[in-house]
Design a binder for this molecule. Structure first.
Ligand code: UD1
Length: 384
């Protein structure tokens, strides 16, 4: 039983579900918690990643972290008591991840955690708390990079439970790249063949504080005097911008944009976002997954956070963690722009180990071996 809840879960679970479907002895069941529910945050990812409708939708919707987590637990608890899956598979670090892992662990159902072991070491991020707790509960921990293996070893996790398999998001990306090139968004924006930057912002630390949000958008507005900045805004961010009456940006209502300006638009679909990212002169983000996608694609990425839980994107990739000071962000962004103008980009995309599009088949191979070993043990235990 695989769980999706929030947008970044979809790209991790989609390739695994496809691989499950290729094995006739595995019966995949998909549960959507409903943490994300807008078409542009949820259904469009099902459509574009070829994921069939979920078998169950818990429809929990928004709320405080506590109400949301509790509601997922309550509804998922009822479901697993009735359905008794052989394993629960959770992904990443969102509230749906910890909520379902906790229920499964209490029901004594084995938990597999996709993207285990990542650590920002910053407990101000709700995701960090979700990661640490989910890993403590998981029976099988699938990791994306070496730092995760080290973090889990340092926390005393039995290395026999940890499997370094690579990155499922990159499986999705590799599968989608050809189709993404057919996206029409860049041509609608009039950006084909032109330099532009992409911005995504949704961390509470960046968007829930009005002063920080205003100063950030002012700084990016200054960058946007030199290069158009395309800003597909998360619903949380869009709402806060509207509530604060911020005017540093223009709203895109379709049609070509001019050669400068900060342009806010609704959340982009998976394929549109991939295509936008791949052709961008730079990406500015506080997302986790975008740091990985830009690394794989060789696109300069400025991470607008104090830390990253994905250090391989810095040591091997194109990522620079610039902190949360708007002036500093602007300085770095202008530097990247200068380098692009001098023709100094075009670094060969780095491919961290096992980010090769074949992670889902490695995971299913491991799961099959674990199940076979379990069945063999059960056979030995059988009374004669
Ligand atoms: C969640 C994850 C975060 C992930 C992000 C990706 C947690 C703790 N955080 O943050 O790690 O990077 O998803 O997007 O799980 N909203 C809508 N429509 C939607 C979904 C959300 O309007 O479809 C609004 C809600 O009203 C809510 C706000 O956005 O107030 C935040 O949603 P929530 O799921 O609580 O957290 P995210 O900020 O999306």
């Amino acid at each position: 039983m695989s769980i999706v809840g929030a947008r970044p879960n979809m790209m991790k679970v989609a390739p695994l579900l496809a691989e499950f479907r290729r094995h006739e002895d595995i019966e995949p069941v998909l549960v959507h918690t409903g943490q994300h529910y807008d078409y542009s945050m949820s259904q469009v990812f099902f459509d574009q990643l070829g994921v069939p409708p979920p078998d169950y939708n818990l429809d929990v919707g928004s709320g405080t972290h506590y109400a949301q987590t509790a509601e997922i637990m309550r509804k998922f608890g009822e479901l697993v008591q009735q359905d008794r899956p052989d394993m629960v598979v959770v992904a990443g670090d969102v509230n749906s991840t910890i909520a379902c892992a906790l229920v499964a662990a209490k029901e004594r159902i084995p938990v597999a955690h996709l993207e285990a072991g990542l650590r920002s070491f910053d407990r101000n991020m709700p995701e960090e708390i979700n990661r640490v707790l989910t890993d403590a509960l998981a029976d099988l921990l699938f990791t994306t990079e070496e730092s995760a293996n080290r973090n889990l070893a340092n926390e005393g996790v039995d290395p026999g439970k940890v499997f370094f398999v690579g990155n499922l998001m990159i499986d999705s990306l590799v599968n989608a790249l050809k189709v993404a090139r057919q996206s029409c968004l860049r041509s609608e924006l009039g950006l084909e063949g032109k330099p532009y930057a992409v911005l995504t912002l949704h961390r509470p630390s960046n968007v829930d504080n009005e002063d920080q949000l205003r100063r950030t958008l002012d700084a990016i507005g200054k960058l946007a005097q030199h290069i158009p900045v395309v800003f597909p805004a998360h619903p949380r961010t869009a709402r806060n911008i509207e509530a604060a009456g911020l005017t540093a940006m223009k709203t895109w209502n379709g049609g070509s944009i001019s050669n400068s300006g900060l342009w806010m638009m609704p959340p982009a679909s998976y394929l549109d976002f991939l295509d936008l990212t791949q052709q961008a002169a730079m990406v500015i983000t506080d997302s986790g997954g975008v740091q990985e996608e830009t690394t794989f694609l060789g696109v300069p990425c400025l991470t607008y956070r104090e830390t990253t839980e994905r250090p391989v994107t810095v040591s091997m990739g194109t990522n620079l963690v610039v902190g949360c000071d708007p002036e500093n962000l602007l300085r770095h962004a202008l530097e990247v722009l200068g380098q692009a103008r001098d023709g100094h980009t075009g670094s060969t995309p780095a491919r961290p180990p096992l980010w090769d599009g074949r992670t889902s088949s490695r995971i299913v191979q491991i799961l099959t071996e674990v199940w076979e070993a379990d069945l063999a043990c059960a056979g030995e235990r059988e009374p004669r």
